[in-house]
Write a protein that binds this ligand. Structure first.
Ligand code: CMC
Length: 427
């Protein structure tokens, strides 16, 4: 283990701090005793240089554009596993070993996907047209009242039940939040359908349980649609200590119910700088309207007198292409080739935006590349998912990650309440 020496140039005092060897990536200085040792604290708004925890769940190498879940590259993992397999990997540390284990876990989630009838009543309190993210965070907070026993967990089984319950119910909560927001009756889960198919069913079906009736017969949910949504969920499953995951950990650090911490994470994700960007990307593409307007739009983004950003571009950690964005762009092209109807006009505008931005000095100098939210909306629209559900879809994808992170935090006997300091400049 190395050390670093900090010299106070005002007093000449020297202080030594240990370096922590991370298993991957740069070393960290252990500043946990910085204030006690030196009487000085650090200032790092936005925590760009600060680690708040130790973790084994996911790893990002921003320079190389690399993302690992439990040590495995995202590109390999999404080829090998379904979303529910990845959920199991994240919350238990082990992916299902075979098809039987995989199906067993998916089936367990299906059985747990029903909501308590009392919880369903909460939706009637929300006005029409409420954003599903607002409904969702409230409903997840309310879920803690129905499963209050998860407040104090001791055994591995307790953590697993807590995580599996919310991973299972989040699809139902998202579907109900949406249907409530458009005044449509709720469609209960159908446990004969897989996790992802069931979600699409709860969104799309008529009260009779039918999906759609046409002269040529009932339309179904196609395996290609299920595969596409599965891939989108998988690519969102965990992502280090981003703003919402940090929120989940910070709120959990006070000792609250884990679902209260996750509800706070949902609110943090909603913002347009974070998970809310996917909704805004589509708004921007529609506003641009035509590839011929791309140049003018990019000029507006670059104009610093107008604090206006190109949504779906840039990232705090990635300073090269976000590997999730790469996978989503490939998926978009594959789905188009396989016959899923895309809005080619929006897709062309997005590709032109990327082309113009990546060859422009403004974007090059700042290392701004498309992020996960840039192309996902085009695929979600092709799956007939309404725009206001884009961020709730991110919630479903991120749920296994939040659960794994909250479990990691709760099991850590050395975890402390989050309590940063401030640089006081007042009277
Ligand atoms: N469009 C135009 N300029 C940008 C953008 C953008 N999307 N992103 C960053 N910049 C500029 C910014 O103006 C600044 O320029 P200057 O140095 O001249 O002041 C520079 O790049 C650095 O920006 P920053 O705000 O210091 O970067 P950050 O690391 O604090 O912010 C970000 C990261 C994701 C919030 C930001 O890139 C952004 O607002 N992007 C658009 C919203 C978005 O797509 N969010 C989704 C993120 S990925 C999904 C997720 O995991 O949340």
């Amino acid at each position: 283990m190395g050390t670093v020496t900090l010299i106070n140039n005002e007093t000449g005092e020297k202080f030594e701090f240990n370096l922590i060897d991370c298993t991957r990536g740069p070393k960290a200085i252990d500043f946990s005793k910085l204030f006690e040792t030196t009487g000085i604290f650090s200032y790092d708004p936005g925590y760009g240089s600060t680690a708040g925890c130790q973790s084994t769940i996911s790893y990002i190498n921003g320079k190389e554009g690399q993302l690992l879940y439990k040590g495995q590259p995202i590109q390999e993992i999404v080829e090998k596993y379904s979303f529910t397999d990845i959920a199991k990997l994240l919350i238990t540390g082990e992916a299902p070993k075979n098809k039987e284990e995989s199906e067993e876990f998916d089936l367990e989630l299906r059985h747990r996907s029903f909501l308590h009838e009392g919880l369903i009543n909460i939706f009637s309190a929300f006005p029409d047209n409420a954003h599903p993210m607002a409904n969702l965070s409230s409903a997840v907070a309310a879920l803690s009242t129905f499963h209050f026993d998860h407040k104090d967990m001791e055994h591995e089984g307790d953590y697993q039940t807590m995580a599996r319950r919310i991973i299972a119910k989040i699809t139902t909560l998202v579907a109900f939040s949406y249907r409530n927001s458009v005044g449509a009756p709720f469609i209960y889960p159908d446990i004969s359908l897989s996790y992802v198919e069931n979600f699409l069913y709860m969104l799309r079906a008529y009260p009779s349980g039918r999906l759609k009736y046409t002269r040529s017969g009932e339309t179904t949910i196609t395996p290609l649609e299920v595969q596409a949504l599965d891939r989108i969920f998988s690519l969102h499953a965990d992502h280090g200590q981003n703003a919402s995951t940090t929120t989940v950990r910070n709120v959990a650090s006070t000792g609250v119910h884990p679902y209260a911490a996750i509800s706070a994470g949902i609110n943090a994700l909603w913002g347009p700088a974070h998970g809310g960007a996917n909704e805004k990307v589509l708004d921007q593409l529609r506003e641009i309207g035509d590839v011929k307007n791309v140049g003018k739009f990019i000029e507006r983004v670059k104009d610093k007198s107008d604090p206006f950003r190109l949504m779906g571009f840039g990232h705090r950690v990635y300073k090269s292409y976000d590997p999730r964005a790469k996978a989503i762009k490939t998926l978009k092209d594959e789905l188009h080739k396989k016959g899923i109807t895309m809005d080619t006009k929006l897709s062309d505008i997005a590709e032109k935006l990327e082309e113009v931005a990546l060859s422009d000095d403004y974007f090059k100098q700042r290392n701004l590349y498309p992020n996960v939210d840039f192309y996902s909306g085009i695929i979600l629209s092709a799956l007939k998912i309404p725009v206001q559900l884009f961020t709730p879809i991110f919630v479903i994808g991120r749920m296994p990650g939040w659960c794994a992170q909250v479990i990691e935090h709760m099991k850590n006997p050395h975890a402390r309440i989050t309590r940063p300091r401030q640089v006081y400049l007042g009277k």
